[in-house]
Structure formats: C-alpha cells, structure tokens
Design a protein around this ligand. Sequence first.
Ligand code: FAD
Length: 288
Amino acid sequence: MKPRTFDYLRAKTLADVFAVFEAHGDEALILAGGQSVVPALNMRLSEPAILVDINRIPELDRIELQGGVVRIGALCRHETVRRSDVIAGHVPLLVQALAHVAHPAIRNRGTLGGSLCNADPAAELPACALALGTTMVVESASGSRRIPASDFFIGFYETSLEPGEVLVAMEVPVAGNGEIHFFDEIARRQGDFALAGLAAVAKCDGGRLVSVRFAFHSCGDRSLLSPQLSAVVEGMPNGAVDGAAIDAALKGDLDPPDDAVTSSETRLHLAGVLVRRALAHINSEADT
Ligand SMILES: Cc1cc2nc3c(=O)[nH]c(=O)nc-3n(C[C@H](O)[C@H](O)[C@H](O)COP(=O)(O)OP(=O)(O)OC[C@H]3O[C@@H](n4cnc5c(N)ncnc54)[C@H](O)[C@@H]3O)c2cc1C
C-alpha cells in the first residue's frame, strides 16, 4: 500500500514544530527516524495531514555529561548512542540493550526519542528508561516540563505527552559506584522483538542487594516496573534466590496477554528465567 497524500515541513527550530502544531493540531505528526512512522503511513494506520520533520534541528542530537546526569538528545540515533564513550562509561545498560534493537540499518536511522514516544510494549528502550530512573524533558509552545519515566508510559503505544509537545531529551542519572546494570531478552532470532525482556539496575553493599529496579518489556501493554519483585529481593544476601517468591511477585506485577505470538504463561515463565539470570549476574559483579 501507499500512504495517503500529506504535506511535509522540514523544521529548522522547535518554534517551527510548535507553529505546525498550532496550525494543524492533531493532524500534524512528528517524523524522527521514520522507522515506525513510515510503515504506519504505508499501511494507512496513520493518516496525518502534515509531517513535521525534526531531523535538521541541531540541538536535539547531542549527548552531554551534565553533573550527575547524562543528557541524551531525542534525535540521537540508536547506533550513535550504542557507540558513545560517554554512554559506555556512565550508562552501560543502554549499550547492552541497544545491541538487541533490530538491525544496524534500523539502528542507524531510529532515534531514542522516536522509540520512547512510540511506546511499543516490546521495545527495549522504554524498559531501560524505567530501570534507569530517566526523566523525559518535553517542550511545547507553552513552555517545558519534565516527566519521570514511571509517569511517561501509560498504555499500549501511549505516553503522557500532551498534543503539541515534543520530547527534546532524556536525562539519565550516571551510574554510581557499585551500581550494576543488566539487560537480556529472549527472542526467536537476534534482532526480533523479544518474547520477554528485562532491564535491571542494582546497588549492592556489604554482601547484600540494597536496591534494584526491574523493568520488563514484552510482558504487558507497556514496559513495566515490578515493585513486588524489588521488595522480594532487596535486602537479600547476594546470590540468594527464593524462586517461589520471585514467581509470585511476577504474577502480581505482570499480566501479559495471550496473543498470536505466544501465551501469557510462557511470557511469565521467560520473565522468571530472566530474573534468575539477572540475579546471577548481579551476584557475580558484586563479588568483583
Ligand atoms: C523491521 C523493524 C524492526 C524493528 N525492531 C525493533 C526492535 O527490535 N526493538 C525496538 O525497540 N524497536 C524496533 N524497531 C523500531 C525502531 O527502533 C524505531 O527506531 C523506533 O520505533 C522509532 O524511532 P524513530 O526515530 O524511527 O521514530 P519515528 O518512526 O519517526 O516516530 C515514532 C513515533 O514517535 C513520534 N516522535 C518521534 N520523535 C518524537 C519526539 N522527539 N517528540 C514527540 N514525538 C516524537 C512520532 O510522531 C511517531 O508517532 C524496528 C523497526 C523496524 C522497521
């Protein structure tokens, strides 16, 4: 299929984007890397009157270390972030996770902002944003606001962005001393969307797990934190695993749907496998 006819504007500034939203309201759609937008246009799942292309707005594609946070511009490509020394040094979780996002051709075009705003429940980056405690920096004609990742993903392909708002950057706290990052997923083939995936950020001290955030993708209508699982493992001696309590916590926090790909039960089982891998990794890293 081919898309319906639409107008196109290449924005040079954020003010250009706001002007398009002012004139066209929800008939306007942002084009970033186009890796989700273009297929949706071609299949006529999306029929905007105008596409506003943000690829030439220079300030949106920077990675900067600012005190205790790494600020990643929304237009930074997946592959740029994966190869960045700043990211490798301060947010290793993203390097691990991005290797699982699709294939090089898609990672060369796809942007972090596009993936987060698309809010695909099977995407890796929303889970990373939750595990890392990321803050989304958003701008519109009426000003800017900051949204914690835990309030950003609100449903199936749905975020708390208001009409006319643009995600301009993500602010990620730098990994502190003793912080351990873990990412893994189970997919049929490398580069496929996962059957289940897990991003985790842990802190250990004195042989115990002090705190850990577990964020799952492909296990519900959006990426989800598992507070019950954190409560089960926090305070435990490193290496201790209470399998029954882990499985009960996962059942309490995750409710993956049955779908054409696999069953809810299988996704929950795979989530449990990933948690056990994460705890083994955290234990081995805490000892080093
Ligand atoms: C074959 C294939 C396989 C893929 N596999 C994976 C995978 O395994 N894992 C994965 O996570 N992703 C996968 N993707 C998706 C890919 O990661 C995309 O990069 C991502 O979904 C969207 O990023 P984008 O920059 O292309 O955004 P676009 O497609 O340009 O935009 C996506 C949505 O976000 C909105 N948007 C974009 N930027 C902003 C912004 N700054 N502010 C507000 N709204 C904005 C757009 O209007 C649109 O609604 C795959 C894509 C393809 C085509």
